[in-house]
Write a protein that binds this ligand. Structure first.
Ligand code: NDP
Length: 336
């Protein structure tokens, strides 16, 4: 059994030395348990937070513990009445090739209904984040302008396409010409702006001639600064992620912009509302049904960036925080 553990807590940007690969004996399932072979591992921005000791919405990972993560796995031995050998499941097995489970938190997957990897992306946690955050907090109306950054990734790509399904205008923000072309030409966003362009803020303003009614916040930092002046009265801002600051250490760079933000929250009647997708878990069955239909109808598209081999997971996660992934980042860990 190959596994990757947290070797040291990162200071700022993670490095390969923060991770350690280990080989251990294959775990044995006890009575009522199953042995899972991990096929695919999801890499997600929240993993950076768990590597730190800082207080957050979830407890930090301990040093020497297996890195955590959502996985698609196959049952290779079952001593559990509900699962048979060969079943595919969504599990939370982390960065390792085999894991034992007592069945808690598992969801069976049907490989003939959708590609297995989609359970980690568009039909899984990131897709659900887009759906629940946009529809519950953002509530886009026909003709409104919805802005989202990290627009080629699984959350942002889905947000823009769902906004269009609701009749709103979708404006994406992405890093570099290839991602921008994909967002505009393949995902069908109405406009896209490259946040690395020197005149980014000006171009964003041009792309939003009627202002911004919904800003689905994935990034923070300079992207927030550019979107902020464009808010219309009663704009809704689901605060989903702040990836631009996940690697930052110490004090945030000044000047302090909070008084200006509070002034506009008041004078423009803005709604700024953070969320962690799990809060909306009761919406999951509706999400799964609707999203499956939109994918079948070609109204929602998705892209996956699949890296081969568990040992490449550390460099892939480091790259995710730098924007080097292009689509939902997944590690192929084993063969079915
Ligand atoms: P992505 O696959 O989109 O990967 C992250 C992307 O963020 C990068 O590819 C990069 O895209 C962009 N990015 C990174 N740094 C910066 C920066 N400094 N400025 C602008 N863009 C940057 O990730 P996900 O779709 O999985 O996640 C998107 C966001 O949603 C994250 O903030 C994540 O933490 C959050 N999230 C929140 C959840 C919740 O429950 N609240 C659940 C799931 C995700 P580019 O090259 O285009 O800039």
């Amino acid at each position: 059994n190959r596994r990757i553990v947290l070797a040291a807590r990162p200071e700022g940007r993670p490095t390969p030395e923060n991770f350690r690969a280990e080989d251990t004996a294959a775990p044995e399932p006890g009575e009522g348990e199953l042995l899972l072979k991990v096929l695919y591992l999801s890499l997600d921005p929240y993993m950076r937070g768990r590597m730190s000791a800082a207080k957050s919405y979830a407890a930090p990972l301990g040093l020497g513990e297996v890195m955590l993560g959502g996985t698609v796995a196959q049952v290779v031995r079952s001593r559990h009445p509900d699962y048979a050998e060969g079943d595919h499941v969504l599990s939370f097995s982390g960065w390792q090739s085999y894991a034992v489970s007592n069945g808690e938190g598992l969801r069976k997957l049907d490989p003939s209904a959708a590609p297995l990897t989609t359970a980690l992306g568009v039909l899984g946690m990131p897709g659900f984040t887009a759906y629940s955050g946009l529809f519950t907090i953002g509530r886009p109306q026909p003709g409104e302008t919805v802005v989202v950054a990290a627009a080629s990734g699984p959350v942002g790509a889905t947000v823009g396409q769902l906004a269009r399904i609701k009749g709103a205008r979708a404006v994406g923000i992405a890093g570099g010409p290839d991602k921008c072309a994909y967002v505009r030409d393949e995902l069908g966003f109405d406009a896209v702006v490259d946040h690395r362009a020197p005149d980014f803020a000006e171009r964003l303003k041009e792309a939003c001639p009627k202002g911004v009614d919904v800003y689905f916040e994935n990034v923070g930092g300079a992207v927030w600064d550019a979107v902020f002046p464009l808010f219309n009265d009663f704009a809704r801002i689901p605060v989903c992620g702040l990836i631009a600051q996940y690697n930052s250490t110490g004090e945030f760079p000044g000047p302090d912009r909070l008084p200006g933000v509070m002034r506009d929250v008041l004078s423009k009647s803005l709604t700024l509302r953070g969320f962690i997708q799990h809060e909306f878990v009761r919406q999951f069955p509706d999400f799964h049904r609707e999203m499956s239909a939109w994918i079948r109808e070609g109204r929602v598209r998705y892209r996956e960036d699949i890296v081969d081999g568990l040992d490449r997971a550390p460099e892939a996660l480091i790259g995710l925080l730098d924007g080097r992934n292009f689509g939902k980042l997944i590690v192929k860990v084993g063969e079915s």
